[in-house]
Design a protein around this ligand. Structure first.
Ligand SMILES: [Zn+2]
Length: 459
């Protein structure tokens, strides 16, 4: 069988892996290239395979960099099945529609510019109709149950502990009477988070693909993240400022709300307003409410309904969002997107960054080339939305909220294998993170490779 690395090789986004056996062609994930903005046009490049020939997709979780190009695949002729857990299906459907709306809006803006320059208009990568049409391809999968894809291929999804109902995959392919097992670690979560379970360990594999997002990092503040949240919130409120939190809509936002509910109930700071200013996050939170069965039981018992508390206000409309510009009391604004490259957070930054009373608090990964990364690296002036903005607000970061395991935790997960796989491919990471994880895995006897995009290997 042949495996092609179509994305998330030497970069963090764009997860897409193409597998050809003698009889079947299929994908693991079909994600979008997210940043930096200048290279997001790569999403418009042709696929490295024929979408019409893809029989099925095994979808690990509902993050746009893992599922975002599925509507494009459909638009180009994909007519197979998508296997995913039930919450992944619900969440993917809202992500597809949100992404389609962004595509359509961006192209509309671009075409206005192109018209002025007498250039041909472009068409969106996919439309809302394409996004909606993908619903019919999904087939729900339960954790830990081996299912048959055809007479030669079986798979098993296990909890990856990264976001709600995310999965790692054990794939079994039989060729010439020989069974080969490939494990896709996928985004490996941290242990001990309140909403999702700990990542499932896998005992054996012939081949392993392992993520490396934080392969060279240690999340120093995991245990103390709640205290840090209290600290930064209190400091901002004491200055009568706004706490601006760019947040990923799926998982990170819900984890923040989960903690804020507890912190407020325990009276750890004045119960000021928390504005959830993101239609996508609001929809995702509704889906989380349907799946409370996986949350930390002890906390749920003590503080039920983690996403319904009086201080939380959901801002659906643009008008509601704009009202926050003139809201003068201390407050928390949680808005997308998580790396400040687009979305309502950019408006709050434009209004709020120059005011030293405010705090910008990062709770997630900021990739190279994103506005979030520029600000984090202490740029004192940023250019955004066509203007220069002074950065006078306090800039803080809590790494402990990461949905990804750090280097130690990745190694701990890899040690779950009773013997090293024949070959391990280190993917979904950037330069140093990949090199660091490679050398740590080699210390425990793994044979590793760091593939590039378009590389093909025979398994
Ligand atoms: Zn993810």
């Amino acid at each position: 069988m042949k495996l092609t690395f179509c994305g998330a090789a030497k970069i963090v986004t764009w997860s897409c892996y193409y597998i050809e056996t003698g009889t079947t062609k299929f994908l693991v994930d079909c994600g979008m290239f997210q940043w930096p903005k200048e290279v997001t046009r790569l999403n418009y490049e042709p696929f490295l395979f024929d979408p019409k020939q893809i029989e099925f997709i095994l979808l690990t979780h509902a993050h746009i960099d893992h599922c975002g190009l599925i509507p494009k695949l459909y638009k180009q002729g994909f007519n197979g099945k998508i296997y995913a857990t039930s919450a992944t299906i619900d969440l993917s459907n809202i992500l597809f529609e949100d992404s389609a709306e962004i595509q359509e809006k961006n192209i509309e803006d671009e075409n206005r510019r192109r018209k002025k320059n007498h250039q041909e208009p472009r068409v969106p990568m996919y439309t809302l109709d394409d996004a909606k049409a993908c619903k019919k391809f999904f087939s729900p999968i339960e954790y830990t149950k081996t299912f048959t894809l055809n007479e030669n291929i079986e798979a098993r999804f296990n909890d990856a502990g990264h976001i709600l109902w995310s999965a790692n995959i054990e794939l079994f392919v039989t060729e010439w009477s020989k069974k080969t097992k490939i494990v896709f670690s996928w985004d490996i979560g941290q242990r001990g988070t309140p909403i999702v379970q700990d990542p499932t360990l896998i005992a054996d594999a012939d081949y392993l693909l392992i993520e490396s997002t934080y392969g060279d990092k240690k999340h120093e503040d995991t245990a103390g993240k709640e205290e840090l949240l209290v600290k930064y919130t209190t400091e901002t409120f004491n200055k009568w400022g706004k706490l601006l939190i760019p947040s990923f809509s799926v998982e990170r936002t819900q984890e923040l709300l989960y903690f804020y509910n507890i912190i407020i109930k325990e009276g750890k700071f004045p119960a000021e307003k928390i504005f959830l200013d993101s239609p996508l996050s609001i929809k995702a939170t509704e889906i989380f409410k349907k799946h409370t069965e996986v949350f930390d039981e002890e906390a749920l018992h003590k503080y039920p309904h983690p996403f319904d508390f009086p201080e939380l206000e959901c801002m659906e409309s643009v008008e509601d969002s704009m009202k926050l510009n003139t809201y003068n009391d201390p407050c928390i604004i949680i808005a997308g997107n998580g790396m400040c490259t687009a979305g309502r957070i950019t408006h709050h930054l434009r209004h709020g960054l120059r005011d030293k009373k405010n705090t910008l608090l990062f709770v997630g990964y900021q990739a190279d080339g994103t506005l979030g990364r520029y600000i984090l690296e202490w740029e004192k002036k940023v250019r955004m939305m066509g203007m220069e903005v002074d950065v006078n607000a306090e800039i803080e970061k809590i790494n402990g909220f990461s949905g990804h395991a750090d280097g130690d935790q990745l190694l701990r997960w890899a040690k779950g294998f009773t013997k090293p796989p024949q070959k391990t491919f280190i993917i979904h990471g950037e330069g140093n993170a990949q090199i660091a994880l490679k050398s740590r895995l080699e210390e425990i006897g793994f044979t590793c490779e760091i593939p590039s995009i378009k590389d093909q290997v025979e398994l």
